[in-house]
Design a protein around this ligand. Sequence first.
Ligand SMILES: Nc1nc2c(c(=O)[nH]1)N[C@H]1C(S)=C(S)[C@@H](COP(=O)(O)OP(=O)(O)OC[C@H]3O[C@@H](n4cnc5c(=O)[nH]c(N)nc54)[C@H](O)[C@@H]3O)O[C@H]1N2
Ligand SMILES: Nc1nc2c(c(=O)[nH]1)N[C@H]1C(S)=C(S)[C@@H](COP(=O)(O)OP(=O)(O)OC[C@H]3O[C@@H](n4cnc5c(=O)[nH]c(N)nc54)[C@H](O)[C@@H]3O)O[C@H]1N2
Ligand code: SF4
Ligand SMILES: [Mo]
Length: 699
Amino acid sequence: MTQQPPKSTFTACPHDCPSTCALDVHFYPHGDIRRLNGAKDNAYTQGVICAKVARYPERLYHPDRLLNPLRRAGKKGEGRFEEISWEAALDLIAEKFLAAEAEFGAESVWPYHYAGTMGLVQRDSIHRLRHAKGYSRQFDSFCTNMAWTGYVAGTGKLAGPDPREMAVSDQVVIWGTNPVATQVNVMTHAIAARKKRGARIVVVDVYETETMKQADIGLVLKPGTDAALACAIMHVLFRDGHADRAYLEKYTDCPADLEAHLKTRTPVWAAEITGLHAAQIEELARLIGEVKKTYFRLGYGFTRSRNGAVGMHAAASIAAVTGAWQYEGGGAFHNNGAIYQLNKEMIEAGSLRDPGVRILDQSLIGRILKGDETALLGGPPVKAMLIQNTNPASVAPEQELVKQGFAREDLFTVVHEQFMTETAALADIVLPATQFLEHDDIYKGGGHQYLMLGPKAVEPPEGPRENLFVLNEIAKRVEAKSHPGFDMSAREHIDWMLTNSGYGTLADLEAGKWIDLQPDFETAHYLNGFSHADGKFRFRPDWGRSPSPNKPEGGVVFGSSRTMPELPDQWDSIESADAEHPFRLVTAPARSFLNSTFNETDGSRKKEGRPEVWLRPEEAARYGIEDGAKVRMGNRRGAVTLHARLVATVAPGTVISEGLWPNEAFEDGRGINTLTGADPVAPYGGVAYHDTAVWLRAV
Ligand SMILES: Nc1nc2c(c(=O)[nH]1)N[C@H]1C(S)=C(S)[C@@H](COP(=O)(O)OP(=O)(O)OC[C@H]3O[C@@H](n4cnc5c(=O)[nH]c(N)nc54)[C@H](O)[C@@H]3O)O[C@H]1N2
Ligand SMILES: Nc1nc2c(c(=O)[nH]1)N[C@H]1C(S)=C(S)[C@@H](COP(=O)(O)OP(=O)(O)OC[C@H]3O[C@@H](n4cnc5c(=O)[nH]c(N)nc54)[C@H](O)[C@@H]3O)O[C@H]1N2
Ligand code: SF4
Ligand SMILES: [Mo]
């Protein structure tokens, strides 16, 4: 009997997106992948995925995919490479890493990674190599710091009401996130609530996004002013008898202090700060007060400001004032990171970790590569890097410094990639990587509650290898400490982790596809108390000492955490506009790109058009900028060239530039992160990507 190729199979989306969709993979009769669908039998995905992943074959079978290991032939960044064998590449990498170690110590090698794949095996195995060698560690600060820190400051834990409960809510407040673009399933559940129960959808953003277009009520406020809005809402709730006093007494730390503090935080006060009308704030506060089953879906976007942790904490506090947490379909949800208790010893080799090894901030990569002593934490220079699943020459702030750093002739850079990204183009060795459909992995959902298997669906072409292979092969060649994790396949890693975490075996997961880890209702809604020692929601967090998954080891506190407000309040730490920089730039995500991923596909580029900056017509007129005109936008960090689009529905004084376009899509090759700053945000680091003062000029 001849074996027919399967018509379809299942896997999970690996991309850096809170949705972590369950996928059905459909094949052509000849075995190639035809298309991907959302799995209908997964209660969160419900058959819906984003357009960019639905058309994945475009990326998988892309003619520009990297297929061979390459060695730099020309000058750094010149783009000339020659093919070499895997053996030769791995041997050369080992030789260079050993040489750096011999001369400058193991900390001069910096394995650098992020979440281009969220697979626990392929993403996190880099730590095994790191720990087995004592190479420099990495402080993750691109994405989650202010959001997680702000949320956990209130609740004590990074978890909340079942994300599927949105569908049984009476009102969904989508705050500082653009789910139509960034996590489409939030819309699935919010719209289900509207269809079934007439639930109202409210959106808070700094411009009219595609999400806001679908909302019943949209509030467009100035960036970095969300805490003012939250305070005024809570002021009205207390003033008008919508505060649940019994709940506050039982479940919160200092309701009387909060109420007294908010006396002066009136809608009129907040209107001045946010640019909203006081009447809009009054109306939203009334709706939140009257509708007990309000589900606050709090995003990352509004936390990417220098006061972002304070903003997140203030918004989450509203649900504690109304007591919305008590009801099914109520409460404040951000991310479910804390519900997954996994034993990752085989993947990460935590037992080999030396706490004395320095932890370099990934966002300070520009300063680090340029030899900034503070950023290097007083240790040796970085002389060699292995980079996986990230594209810092595009995504990291202070891009000018990043590029100058990578241009150093004395730096040896290895980039393991699927495409010739900006970062790969600056490397000494480029290694071709498999895509998720070609390797095995396991994923946890941040925006939902499933642990999901992501099995390999097709064989990779000749050439590309999975991350696990590269790490294990380098380890063999650099005299790494031995660890059983170096001898295990991805499937063995998954099986070991599941078995040792109490979640069954790989065979079980293969049969079930995913495991629903949603805690029970009482736990998820904190009805047995919040996760601080006293069981209370903290209106008064001890900033700088509060728990957070992002708290750096050794308790380092960044920025001016001592001047952080004690209670929810507007905190004036943002990069304010001034006479020289009259606008505030928000670098929001593009729907068809995912960070810099997919910006290599024609389908996504055509949908997005070209790099643009959106601003209000009357503000553009003041600077002689016409619709469609070429403009320069800059600040003390540098300048970029792009095109203006006049849009009336942007917050006053604010300009929006959607998407991480390839740097080369800008006229002089300078991408949008030329303008963003890397200064770590208080209290536990992070990048203020949406908090940048700029000037604009017609050219
Ligand atoms: N299509 C697409 N999907 C993505 C991504 C992508 O780049 N493209 N990125 C992925 C990643 S890594 C992440 S972390 C998530 C992030 O997804 P989100 O949580 O949605 O966060 P952001 O993408 O940073 O920004 C979302 C929104 O916040 C708004 N915003 C910015 N500043 C403020 C503010 O001060 N106040 C308020 N109220 N709103 C503000 C922006 O205008 C934007 O509309 O999305 C993931 N999904
Ligand atoms: N201006 C501005 N900048 C931002 C943001 C913003 O909102 N505005 N958002 C920030 C945020 S939230 C984040 S999380 C960061 C994300 O930034 P990055 O983590 O750099 O994410 P991507 O740009 O998607 O790049 C991921 C790379 O990993 C590669 N990759 C994918 N899978 C694999 C694999 O299995 N193996 C290997 N070796 N490579 C793989 C992809 O080809 C891709 O080039 O960007 C940040 N930068
Ligand atoms: S919505 Fe997010 S998780 Fe779902 S398919 Fe798209 S990128 Fe992947
Ligand atoms: Mo992110």
